[in-house]
Write a protein that binds this ligand. Structure first.
Ligand code: HEM
Length: 314
């Protein structure tokens, strides 16, 4: 099986006995779980609810009577409340300018999945992997989410995996893309995923198709997911608008125009997709039909954020 996992909520405290590269877990601590960013390193401090006072008799009765009001993590009435809480806290820290980074975070957490040995996937392990070269710049996006996590944890602890999955969906939505419902209950890994699982930007389409196949994704799904590059600064239209301009611009191949003005548009891996017949057919479909792109992106995003996830059982 894949990486070791730990449940969210109070059992997150048990993770405090582990030490993993990049994360120092300090136990016990007096405050709610927080992550302190020191450069690219993360420090997780976990708190346990205080034990009852040692006195017995009337004071103990008062303690029992008030304990339910003082419990740090009152449970929410329903999963609808839970998702609303996450969305509210994420929207407090999310701006259109931060959306691209948050969406990229999703792929870099989930995209490590390997169907062969069932390692990787959407498990929050990205918090241990920030010093990998392919994750350059993502500490900033995680830092943005840390604030939202604090707000959610104060009501009910949330896993990084759930938080990142919902944040990516909110990022798409705030930029005008499809609304994507996200199931909750993912359990975080306690160790980093195996290294070298994300595709490199220099790959040809055939290699990219193979890599995505090993993660359980078809060519159509690879092309739909790659449409995420419509956000960000690679030249596919407005950097903060989620639409189908990625596909329209890919078909125009601006990088091939003389003059070099558009030579910076797209990554080599984006340009490679349009040269592959099978990918090109999907690129053309999505360029001509934004609704189809939105529908397929919604479906493949859902698949991505469930990929390799371990789910809590209560
Ligand atoms: C298909 C293989 C992929 C490769 C090789 C790849 C590689 C890259 C690279 C090299 C960057 C530029 C990072 C930088 O600016 O320094 C980037 C940006 C980005 N990637 Fe990907 N990516 C891939 C797929 C995906 C997928 C599936 C998603 C999300 C579902 C995604 C989301 C993004 C986003 C949103 C950005 C813009 C980030 C920003 O401007 O802050 N990528 N990607």
């Amino acid at each position: 099986m894949g990486s070791t996992t730990t449940a969210t909520g109070p059992s997150l405290f048990s993770a405090a006995t582990h030490y993993t590269s990049g994360i120092a877990l300090i136990f016990p601590a007096r405050s709610l779980p927080t992550i302190k960013f020191v450069g690219k390193k993360l420090t997780v401090a976990c708190a346990a609810p205080s034990p009852p006072p040692p006195q017995f008799g009337r004071r103990a009765l008062v303690y029992v009577a008030t304990a339910s009001f003082l419990m740090p993590f009152p449970s929410l009435a329903s999963s609808t409340d839970e998702i609303s809480l996450l969305q509210d806290e994420i929207r407090k820290v999310l701006s259109k300018g931060k959306a691209a980074g948050l969406l990229r975070l999703v792929f870099h957490d989930a995209g490590t999945f390997d169907q062969g040995d069932k390692t990787g996937g959407m498990n929050g392990s990205i918090v241990y992997e920030l010093d990998r070269p392919e994750n350059t710049g993502l500490a900033k996006s995680l830092k943005v989410l840390e604030k939202a996590k604090g707000g959610v944890d104060a009501v009910k602890p949330v896993s990084w995996a759930d938080l990142i999955a919902v944040a990516g969906a909110e990022a798409v939505s705030v930029c005008g893309g499809p609304k994507i419902p996200v199931r909750l209950g993912r359990v975080d890994a306690t160790v980093p995923d195996p290294d070298g699982k994300l595709p490199e930007e220099t790959l040809k389409a055939s290699a990219m198709k193979q890599i995505f196949q090993k993660k359980g994704f078809s060519t159509q799904e690879l092309v739909a997911l790659s449409g995420a590059h419509t956000l960000g600064s690679k030249g596919f239209g407005d950097p903060v608008v989620f639409d189908n301009s990625y596909y329209k611009i890919l078909l125009e191949k601006p990088w091939a125009s003389p003059g070099g003005m558009f030579s910076m548009v797209g990554l080599p891996s984006d340009r490679a997709l349009v040269e592959d017949d099978e990918c090109n057919r999907w690129i053309t479909k999505y360029a001509n039909d934004q609704d189809l792109f939105f529908e397929d992106f919604r479906n493949v995003y859902t698949k991505l954020v469930n990929t390799g996830a371990k789910w809590r059982t209560i």
